[in-house]
Design a protein around this ligand. Sequence first.
Ligand code: GDP
Length: 304
Amino acid sequence: MKKPKISWMKWMSNFFSQVKDILRKGDITDALFENLEELLLQADTGTAAAEYLVAQLKKEASEKRLKDSWKLMDCFKEQLVILLGETISPVHFAVNGPAIFLMVGVNGSGKTTTLGKLAAYFKSQGKKVFLGAADTFRAAAIDQLEVWAHQVGVEVIKHKEGADPGAVAYDTVKAAAARHADIAMIDTAGRLHTKTSLMEELKKVKKVIQKEIPLAPHEVFLVLDATTGQNALNQAKMFKEAVGVTGIIVTKLDGTAKGGALLAIRQELNVPIKFIGVGEKVETLHPFNPSSFVESLLNPQLFQ
Ligand code: GDP
């Protein structure tokens, strides 16, 4: 896929200056709200998020009897933070024993890469991390995880290709507990999400983990490729229903010129976005904090 020339961060900054242009015009008119909604839709925010934002601004304007459109800017910012999930939800760790994080997502979404980046992120915080190669459908997935584990300097538990993913998950949890790890992150298969068998498989993996640690998994991270738009949302709904997603990790935001997908994802799923991926290298995963994200968009110097 040819990458758009414009980076996501620059795009978001550009998007915000267009919002500013619309709100700077003067009078509050129907045309202003229509222009704003159109801009949001073009940005892939999805209809629900676009309608919500515009409705909130209309409400603000009428309740406060505002005349000057620029006064809507603060309200727009506030509502954006609310849409993105007001407070950052920290990652949940276990009180006793290792925290178990299950990684789910369709093939190609960036699951294994993200797992490697997360391992590096947690290791840099002084955590002892184990990885479990429970995507046993593809030998390449096991190899790829091993490469990451080697690069980051963490242990990986693996079986042969075609082995029972539940058995790998079980061994990973056991090993992590026995060796006093802080975190065990388990990769899973991501074959076609439309096949019920994958969802059944994931449910089984979850059950096996819970036999060993009843409160686990402490996090179920769904990895979504930002460039897949509406499709990502449909996938997300299925995973959420099957295994109860606790956090979303949006990848490939460096490869999309439509960062509004973040809003659509948050709005429709009501699951916090916990990390964003903006590249292939290990340092390109960032914790996601809605308030500082919106603030940074309003301070263009941060993009230089
Ligand atoms: P998986 O099948 O879900 O495990 O996906 P992979 O981890 O193998 O990733 C698929 C491709 O996406 C690989 O070429 C990764 O390098 C790439 N990738 C993953 N995350 C990102 C990201 O944030 N940005 C970019 N540009 N590429 C990414």
